[in-house]
Design a protein around this ligand. Structure first.
Ligand code: AMP
Length: 435
């Protein structure tokens, strides 16, 4: 079976690693465009994730049996529709369903239509209208926190949790002033600020049936104790303590089922991976966001627990027979700690020589996923982006998984290497605990 994975980060490395590790049939793996770590497991092809035409030609020429999409941009641009038009098999939502991520206004209105619990909101069509809403008392008094969100894809830069109205108004001005693309700010969502612990629940869906993955939590801020700017994610964990069975069942009933049924009823049955970002508030679970693909670095922590054949899961999704498929997960908690470059997220330094990367992991519970690496002329590993590696491990307890991560990190070094030492600690898990 020939599989093309589209993307080039730690998430894609983890997917390719899991495809190989649990394969029940011979696989030929390709990755566009991949990175130096991925090149150890798959043939990397130099095609951009956004060059849908070139990806189609490559898939036709190479007779790819199935493609899997990592990042959101090609999904929002309709890569799945374009592949399917040409009879090429691909796992992911079409352009319609991808709006659940590519437009926050669409997602909020969708949730309202299907009574899916989420923060109270208003959609503004201009900065002026957004500021007017903020100057009213609709979301509490002038000193109450409020959340400002750009409607469109903004690579993590489109959401500002503002602690006061002046801060919120400045956030609107910054967004329309160029912090994100003009396209992304054609609408602005103003939202009530929620408190509680955050949890991410990912699932596979074939449009008919779904299968949950282990609940996860990521750490978005660059600094320890959740300080500093937001990043793509500095670490993630999976652990049964994140979500008890009763809350998980409630989320399935109140959020997952109505979301999948709603998508089907609106004519875009959801096929692919759905990521639901939730806040567990004192009033119950509330959806913060949908992503229509695997998260990064949640995927790394999730994939080290997968015990079933990932190619088989993707095949079942593409043939709408996920209902026949039971997916096995290890019971052990897991963690991923991201090693980033000095200057990340604003201006990461690249090209540093990475020392201590072993050719094979000495411990089978540990996997080092590459987010952005390249090879120097003499074979050295070099840093090639802001997030460089995701050191991932599982263990009987979360503490053991974390100590395996940090133990493996002690062997890795480059000038300017940065990481958080508090991944997995509750104080780093978001605001006030839910009751
Ligand atoms: P989003 O991309 O919508 O998930 O927002 C990114 C992050 O902003 C979330 O992971 C939360 O930490 C925070 N956030 C988003 N919406 C809210 C909200 N209504 N109340 C409090 N925090 C929020």
């Amino acid at each position: 079976m020939r599989i093309l994975v589209i993307g080039s980060g730690g998430r894609e490395h983890a997917l390719i690693w899991a495809l190989r590790r649990n394969a029940t049939q011979p696989l030929e793996l390709f990755c566009a465009r991949g990175n130096a770590g991925i090149a150890e497991l798959a043939e990397c092809v130099p095609i951009s994730v956004n060059d849908i035409r070139a990806l189609i030609s490559f898939s036709e020429q190479t007779r790819i049996d199935l493609s899997i999409v990592g990042p959101e941009a090609p999904l929002a641009a309709g890569i799945v529709d374009e592949f399917e038009k040409r009879g090429l098999r691909i796992v992911g939502p079409g352009r319609d369903a991808a709006q659940l991520e590519s437009s926050k206004a669409f997602a909020k209105d969708f949730m309202l239509r299907h009574s899916i619990p989420t923060a109270r909101y208003r959609i503004a069509s201009s900065a002026g209208e957004a500021i007017k809403i903020l100057q009213s008392n609709e979301f509490g008094g002038q000193s109450a926190p409020v959340v400002v969100k750009a409607d469109g894809l903004a690579a993590g830069k489109g959401v500002i949790v503002a602690n006061s109205r002046p801060e919120a108004i400045k956030a609107v001005e910054d967004l329309v002033g160029g912090a994100v693309s003009a396209e992304a700010t054609r609408h602005i969502v103003i939202e009530e600020a929620l408190t509680g612990r955050e949890v991410s629940l990912l699932l596979f869906s074939d449009g008919k049936d779904f299968r949950l993955m282990p609940a996860s939590r990521d750490h978005k801020r660059v600094g320890e104790n959740d300080t500093g700017p937001n990043t793509g994610g500095m670490g993630s964990i999976t652990d049964s303590g994140i979500l008890d069975d009763a809350m998980r069942d409630r989320i399935v009933r109140e959020v997952i089922e109505p979301t999948l049924q709603g998508a089907g009823a609106e004519g875009f049955p959801f096929r692919g991976v759905l990521f639901v970002g939730l806040m567990l508030t004192p009033d119950g679970p509330r959806v913060l966001e949908y992503n229509v693909r695997f998260g990064d670095p949640e995927t790394q922590a999730i994939m080290v627990r997968l015990q079933s054949d990932l190619a088989g899961i993707f095949q079942a999704i593409s043939e709408t027979r996920l209902g026949e498929f039971e997916i096995d997960w290890s019971d052990e908690p897991s963690a991923c700690v991201v090693l980033a470059a000095r200057g990340y997220p604003a201006k990461p330094e690249i090209g540093s020589v990475i020392e201590g990367l072993a050719p094979a992991e000495p411990d089978e519970n540990v996997a080092v996923f590459h987010a952005a690496t390249s090879r120097g002329l003499n074979g050295d590993w070099l840093t090639a982006g802001g997030r460089v590696l995701g050191v991932t491990a599982k263990g009987e307890t979360l503490d053991l998984a974390l100590s395996r991560c940090y133990g493996a990190i002690a062997n890795i070094h480059w000038d300017g290497m940065r990481y958080r030492r508090d991944i997995g600690s509750l104080s780093a898990a978001g605001s006030a605990p839910a009751t």
